[in-house]
Design a protein around this ligand. Structure first.
Ligand code: DON
Length: 304
């Protein structure tokens, strides 16, 4: 029998019909070519059951939703204290790609803005593999399928990546990168070009909801303490200059990506993922925000 939850999620998708505001991200040429009308939603409980509706199997790039997971991996690799010495945890209140570092320390203010995410990428231990390969292996463990890179998108972003290169050179100049700037940006852009579905993202978010244990495999990927830390940073910094609006209206830790995805995490309960490519003025999916607000209202997700 079809679960009533699926009918409910079909209604969430239908509720976005009237939302035609927003625009595709166009600073990455390949993203500007996306079909703007796609829309999808998925929930995954901490037991690992996934419910999804809409364009559930469409792939899109993870973009900034990769940042909390790469941050968690860097913390697992190096320990929290080490990572905190390189990257802060204060909301910047600025756009994701702002050319800003804390003037007192020269450190990126947090790991969710690009400056902090590039520094974080460079902190992931490389061992024999490139950092990005370890990050892809992590995504694959989280989503329980092999996650790969959209190479055309990565090439498109690399060709127009001057702003991120500028950030990396700024970090290098204040001794905060410890890595070749161009290589760090290339790895970071490849990390952002990982190709995922809302189902994958719901499983990834559910692992954070489940205290760092992937609900289906039972594999512990992050310690409970580190998971709590990452969720706290998502709550305060995950939605950039919309963080206050988000926390008051939706009320759960979240992270958006410029391809139109948003993940949200209700600790101990559920991981949520929505997708629709047109972005609002803050760079968050316009239909995605509408879906998240409705889910939060109906399902009582708000933490406060
Ligand atoms: O670095 C960039 O500009 C992109 N790879 C990621 C930006 C992003 O997803 C911002 N979040 N909404």
């Amino acid at each position: 029998m079809r679960s009533p939850i699926l009918d409910y999620l079909d209604g969430i998708i239908a509720g976005t019909d009237h939302v035609d505001s927003g625009a595709l991200a166009d600073y990455i040429p390949e993203l500007a070519a996306a079909d703007p009308d796609r829309v999808a939603v998925a929930l995954c409980t901490v037991n690992g059951t996934v419910y999804a509706s809409g364009d559930t199997d469409d792939r899109f790039s993870i973009q900034s939703m990769s940042k909390p997971f790469a941050y968690a991996l860097a913390i697992e690799d190096r320990g929290l204290e080490d990572v905190l010495e390189r990257v802060g945890v204060e909301p910047s209140g600025e756009a994701f790609n702002e050319l800003s570092l804390d003037p007192e320390t020269g450190k990126p203010r947090n790991p969710m803005i690009n400056a902090g995410a590039i520094a974080t990428h460079a902190l992931v231990k490389r061992d024999d593999a490139a950092a990005v390969d370890r990050i892809l292996a992590l995504f694959s463990d989280l989503a329980q399928r092999p996650v790969g890179i959209d190479e055309a998108l990565a090439a498109s972003e690399l060709a127009t990546g001057d702003r991120n290169l500028g950030l990396a050179y700024l970090l290098h100049a204040s001794d905060q990168l410890g890595h070749d700037p161009a290589a760090a940006v290339e790895g970071y852009i490849r990390q952002c070009s990982a190709s995922v579905t809302v189902r994958d993202l719901a499983l990834m978010a559910a692992t954070l909801a489940n205290g760092g244990v992937q609900p289906n495999s039972g594999l512990r990927l992050f310690s409970r303490r580190n998971t709590r830390h990452v969720l706290s940073v998502m709550a305060s910094c995950g939605m950039y200059d919309a963080a206050g609006d988000w926390l008051t209206s939706v009320g759960i830790p979240a992270k958006s990506g410029v391809a139109g995805g948003i993940i949200g995490v209700l600790p101990g309960q559920v991981g949520v993922a929505v997708f629709s490519p047109r972005l609002d003025a803050h760079g968050n999916s316009a239909r995605g925000v509408v879906m998240m607000e409705k889910l939060s209202e109906d399902l009582g997700l708000h933490l406060m």
